[in-house]
Design a protein around this ligand. Structure first.
Ligand code: TZP
Ligand code: MG
Length: 208
């Protein structure tokens, strides 16, 4: 499955108890990729959610990625896994997943991007681009210049993340990103479906 430009990846809101419903709204709004991310739920709940979201993603022909958990991704037949810099390294993850699954990696510099490519990742999540309250972040936001630098140097898709909203999604794509990954811009919107389609329209209008 290809990550096309522009792709909106909806990441389930941290500690949400309804990630399946949230994902469905994002898919209805046009999300092409869903990442199930939850740092506290028990494996049993994560697995049940993953099975349901996988089915939804098949219906919408969207990519389904599980954050951190290779075991859940495999058993729920997700399309891939998203790993952070301190998670299971790419080589053993790839060994478990096989060559056909998608492996994504969080990065925040060109050096990390190049390392992710060398290790065999299929895309990178680059952030945080703008200030965000969805994840505890210590460093300064990277800004859009980093998107341009990284996307010029690597050939795998660059998904920008962190503080992306309808008002800055366009500049993120203009800077060179393949797509965006968002939590709050969708999860905290009064109408998540409409918010998703507005984000997508703003990305698309930059490519016309
Ligand atoms: N990784 C880097 S920033 C971030 C993650 C998971 C949070 C993105 O959330 P939001 O609400 O779209 O800023
Ligand atoms: Mg992780």
């Amino acid at each position: 499955m290809q990550i096309e430009r522009p792709t909106l990846c909806y990441i389930t809101a941290t500690n949400s108890s309804c990630p399946v419903e949230q994902s469905e709204k994002a898919l209805e709004g046009g999300a092409r990729m869903i990442q199930l991310r939850n740092k506290t739920a028990p494996g049993s709940a994560l697995y049940d959610w993953a099975v349901d979201i996988q089915k939804l993603c098949r219906v919408y022909d969207a990519i389904f990625i599980v954050n951190d958990r290779v075991d859940i991704a495999l058993t729920a037949n997700a399309d891939g896994v998203h790993l952070g810099q301190r998670d299971l390294p790419v080589a053993p993850a790839r060994k478990l997943l096989g060559k056909n699954k998608i492996l994504g990696m969080s990065i925040s510099s060109l050096a990390e991007a190049e390392e992710a490519v060398r290790a065999g990742c299929n895309y990178v999540g680059l952030g945080h681009i703008y200030p965000t309250s969805s994840k505890q972040k210590t460093g300064k936001p990277l800004g859009t210049s980093c998107i341009t630098e990284v996307s010029r140097h690597i050939s795998i898709p660059v998904i920008a993340i962190g503080g992306i909203t309808a008002s800055n999604a366009g500049e993120v794509i203009r800077a060179g990103a393949t797509g965006i990954a968002v939590i709050s811009a969708v999860a905290e919107a009064p109408d998540p479906r409409k918010a998703t389609s507005e984000l997508i329209q703003n990305m698309q209008s930059c490519l016309q």
